[in-house]
Design a protein around this ligand. Structure first.
Ligand code: LLP
Length: 422
């Protein structure tokens, strides 16, 4: 369920006509529905309501401060992967005790920052990292909460770029050698072993890979118990998919049911790191058609958003629904939706049956709440677009459109280049 609906041929976000926002904010912009975000968070979190758990929103999917604040208000935490994400999370008012830190390449200074901020735990991905963490923790007189991210060697059956739990992937510590590393970590003075974690991939549409990896993790927890290492947390990562086109992923309730059916202890607190399933269908990208270009080969709708704003179609060949903001009845065309960037991979849709858009018309690119703004860049010196949140019959700009001045912030021309005669 989401709150982007037509009313008399006009697309609304909750009670606000999208056209009205476009008039005030200009295009392109990302548009999020507060009610949808809250509803998706609750649907997920409530599904685990009867077990001890912590929903740590995976903020790489969308790191806007207002969105983080909303989930904080709902009792959630975050999964972070960098010092920058930690900074954002704290700025949004997140409770450090609800922050888990994953990532294969944690830098020493970021670990120190996280230790000083008293985050809940580090999901470590190599023994080298654990040793460094122990060393830094000792130096700053802290004890690092530790969980080892294991690689369970499970095929998540998703796009290869977003598969992370196969032995060939760079992520986690091979489950076969995890016991050895846990035992070694147990001997370190400044780490406190708290949990076991994993994350096998993203946009999963089946339950079986989740269940298979949970079984492997349970087996490991059993072995750890035998070795006298008792963990309190089991972090299952994120990965639950959404419907972009015709996918039929399980509902969070079914996902939770499958996981709970495998849990035979009440002692563990389950940590979940959902990203896409919460925000993916809670946001859309609004863009304006600039030109309709008909060539011998094809029809192109040239719009004012581009691959720098939404890179998923170019990077993964992802499908995003395309809808007119004013859905008046008219003929259909087959077209590519392309942006102004100087690359042939700059498309938002390819060979798509679409309403016959005219120049000046607004277009909604659907399912653009996850890995959309957060993956945007300034390529072609394009200022990053505005982000807007609607609540009921009002809206707020939650991130201003960048200006041309923003584009050059921090750049300086050294004197030797500005001296005349050179
Ligand atoms: N936890 C960890 C450690 C992760 O690496 C990820 C995503 C998540 C949780 C959240 O996964 P989700 O619930 O959103 O599936 N840019 C790609 C997706 C990359 C996902 C990376 N890791 C895309 O646009 O499809």
């Amino acid at each position: 369920m989401h709150h982007f609906q037509y009313n008399k041929g006009e697309l609304f976000c909750e009670e606000v006509p999208v056209t009205r926002i476009a008039q005030e904010v200009g295009t392109p912009f990302y548009l999020y529905s507060y009610a949808t975000l809250r509803q998706h968070f609750r649907a997920f979190d409530d599904a685990f309501g009867d077990v001890k758990h912590l929903t740590c929103f995976s903020m790489k999917s969308n790191s806007n401060l207002s969105i983080l604040r909303l989930f904080h208000n709902e009792g959630g935490g975050v999964d972070i992967v960098s010092g920058g994400e930690l900074f954002r999370a704290l700025k949004a008012g997140m409770d450090p005790n609800r922050i888990v830190y994953s990532g294969v390449g944690k830098r020493a200074e970021d670990m120190e920052y996280a230790l000083q901020s008293d985050i809940l735990m580090f999901n470590a991905e190599s023994f080298q990292e654990i040793s460094l963490l122990n060393e830094i923790a000792g130096r700053v007189r802290k004890k690092a909460g530790l969980s080892i991210r294991v690689n369970p060697d499970i095929d998540p059956q998703t796009h290869p770029y977003i598969s992370t739990g196969l032995r060939e992937n760079k992520f986690g510590i091979d489950i076969g050698r995890a016991l050895e590393d846990y035992t070694a970590a147990a001997g370190l003075s400044h780490v406190n072993i708290l949990g076991v974690s994993c994350h096998i991939g993203s946009q999963l549409t089946k339950l079986s890979p989740f269940v298979d990896s949970l079984r492997k993790l349970k087996n490991l927890i059993g072995k750890l118990d035998e070795a006298g290492i008792h963990v309190q947390y089991l972090d299952l990562g994120g990965g639950l998919g959404i419907t972009y086109d015709k996918e039929e992923p399980p509902h969070p309730k079914e996902y939770a049911r499958a996981i709970k059916a495998e849990l035979d202890t009440k002692d563990l607190t389950i940590i979940l790191e959902p990203g896409r399933v919460i925000v993916g269908n809670a946001g859309i990208l609004i863009t304006k058609v600039l030109y309709t270009k008909v060539t011998e080969e094809k029809t192109f709708l040239v719009v004012d958003a581009a691959m720098n704003d939404l890179i998923r179609p170019s990077l993964y060949g992802s499908f995003h629904g395309i809808q007119p903001v004013r859905g008046v009845a008219r003929g259909n065309i087959k077209a590519d939706v392309v942006g102004p960037i100087c690359e042939s991979s700059d498309f938002l849709a390819k060979d798509r049956e679409l309403a016959a858009f005219e120049p000046g018309e607004l277009m909604a690119v659907m399912s653009a709440g996850a890995y959309a703004f957060s993956m945007s860049s300034n390529y072609n010196s394009r200022p990053r677009v505005a982000e807007v949140m609607v609540k009921g019959n009002g809206f707020d700009v939650i991130r201003a459109r960048e200006t041309y001045e923003d584009l050059v912030r921090g750049e300086e021309i050294p004197e030797f280049l500005t001296k005349t005669g050179r």
